[in-house]
Design a protein around this ligand. Structure first.
Ligand SMILES: O=C(O)CCC(=O)C(=O)O
Ligand SMILES: [Fe+2]
Length: 218
């Protein structure tokens, strides 16, 4: 029997990457609908749902400051596995995005870390910033949604604020929607969900290593 290996065609076109660069330089924020192939999105959802019992409670803060705080967030996560062909296809698209932003905007993004997230009914993530100026090497956030047939009444909007704390966007976590924004400029929250919600949150990082301090891998 002959089985062809599973392959995914890259979907981020030069035109899309131009648009992302333009919007990020003008507004620091972009929402792309149907950003990746429907097949890839479906397979990512299947993987997330199949492994959900292994997801771990998510923490806040990094390294020594990392701790669990279930008054701030109650989602569960699993870091992506590059040895899986489907997860690797997603990471490949993000690598295309990384290189494109470095080329067009000279952002100096040197790597990317990403986790699947599961918000069971009742879960939320209160308003937060992913990064504070000068204190982190996370500079560009991505959130990619995997949920089919998401209804307004299912909750779980991504609510985005500006630095004056005014709401600027409500984003429905629809399958295929990719949100990209500057990590230290947009406080955001995930409103309470009423149905299982799956996503992939990721961060492009700059290299803060110096002779005195070596950056940890994650
Ligand atoms: O899932 C979302 O819409 C956002 C998640 C988030 O803010 C985070 O993981 O830092
Ligand atoms: Fe966040």
């Amino acid at each position: 029997m002959c089985t062809t290996p599973l392959q995914y065609r890259p979907t981020l076109t030069e035109e899309t990457l131009d648009l992302v660069a333009k919007e990020l330089s003008q507004h620091g924020f972009i929402v792309l609908k149907s950003a990746l192939s429907a097949e890839l999105v479906r397979h990512l959802l299947t993987i997330a749902a199949a492994h959900v019992t292994q997801f771990q409670p998510a923490g806040i803060g990094r390294e020594k400051k990392h701790h669990l705080n279930n008054t701030i967030r109650t989602d569960k996560i699993r870091w992506m596995d590059p040895s899986n062909i489907t997860e690797s296809a997603y990471l490949g698209e993000m690598e295309t995005l990384r290189k494109a932003m470095n080329k067009r905007l000279f952002m100096g993004l040197f790597d990317y870390e990403a986790n699947f997230a599961h918000y069971p009914p009742g879960a939320f993530y209160k308003k937060h910033l992913d990064a504070f100026k000068g204190q982190t090497n996370r500079v560009l956030t991505t959130v990619f949604y995997l949920n089919e047939n998401w209804d307004e009444t299912d909750g779980g909007d991504l609510v985005v604020y500006n630095l004056d704390n005014q709401i600027i966007r409500h984003i429905k976590p629809d399958a295929g929607t990719l949100v990209i924004f500057l990590s230290d400029e947009f406080p955001h929250e995930v409103s309470k969900v009423f149905k299982d919600r799956y996503s992939i949150a990721g961060w492009f990082r700059i290299n803060n290593s110096s002779a005195y301090r070596v950056d940890p891998a994650s």
